[in-house]
Design a binder for this molecule. Structure first.
Ligand code: SF4
Length: 258
């Protein structure tokens, strides 16, 4: 998190004092050691807020593309005078990215603090445990964009055609944008997406447990502290599975028939 990998330090200190050391993946999520630039993760609510927005954003972003959610948005928008999909979409993003995370993370932090009889503030508890959401948030982004990558990889053809056209060459022909969308969804694709979510769920639960162990060495106490976070993680996972199983609306793309 501190290092941009510029490797200037190799030149500055060339006497075997600098090394690139391997660590188990995810280690940084539960180790709260001091870092030269960032300090301690547990004292950085700004970083934790970023993590929460990105983790919830994975689910809100994917939910905003599935048919039932879009139908619901259109129904609500039709009730407004004047009809305003923009307003409904904006409000649902504010709800999903700000109101819901603040509520869910706030309640989890309060319960965790109570169960663990922790002396630190709710904000510090929320900051520390938010890092457990990283694997699940990542797995949802991976599942969602993996879906687009597999179903729309043909987009590379018109993109190359346009690139050649922009350079003044007509050798590849006119971009055929309809080709960019939408391959039939193979049976294995939703299974692969759910597998990604499964791995994210397990790693998030494990990260939460390891973070809880940093607050109390007693496993029973750590499990009590983990419980509200585990519930939050499982709810997000369930939402992810539901989203993956819904038909995806390809917004902003042309159908092959078009
Ligand atoms: S100087 Fe070394 S430690 Fe600092 S950012 Fe560059 S590679 Fe990382």
């Amino acid at each position: 998190m501190d290092c941009t990998f510029c490797l200037d330090c190799i030149h500055a200190c060339p006497h075997d004092n600098i090394g690139i050391l391997a660590e188990p993946p995810g280690n940084e999520l539960w180790h709260d050691s001091f870092r030269s630039g960032l300090g301690r993760f547990g004292k950085r609510p700004d970083l934790a807020a970023l993590i929460v927005v990105l983790a919830f954003g994975a689910f809100v972003n994917a939910a905003g593309m599935v048919a039932p959610v879009l139908e619901w948005r259109d129904q609500v928008a039709s009730l407004l005078r004047p009809r305003s999909p923009l307003l409904v979409t904006s409000l649902s993003y504010v709800f999903g990215l700000v109101v819901l995370p603040v509520l869910m993370v706030g309640i989890s932090a309060a319960l965790c603090r109570w169960f663990g009889q922790l002396k630190v503030s709710r904000l510090e508890v929320a900051t520390r445990f938010s890092y457990a959401l990283v694997p699940l948030g990542f797995s949802m982004w991976l599942a969602h964009y993996g879906f687009h990558f597999v179903t729309s990889f043909d987009a590379v053809t018109p993109a190359l055609q346009r690139f050649a056209g922009d350079l003044g060459s007509a050798i590849l022909g006119e971009p055929a944008w309809a080709r960019a969308c939408c391959r039939p969804v193979a049976d294995w694709l939703p299974r692969l997406e759910i597998l990604s979510l499964d791995v994210g769920l397990l790693l998030s639960l494990y990260s939460g447990y390891r973070i809880a162990l940093t607050q109390s060495e007693r496993a029973s106490q750590a499990l009590k502290m983990l419980a509200p976070w585990a519930l939050l993680i499982v709810l997000l996972f369930a939402a992810g599975v539901w989203i993956v199983l819904q038909p995806m609306q390809m917004r902003g793309t042309l159908s092959a028939a078009g």
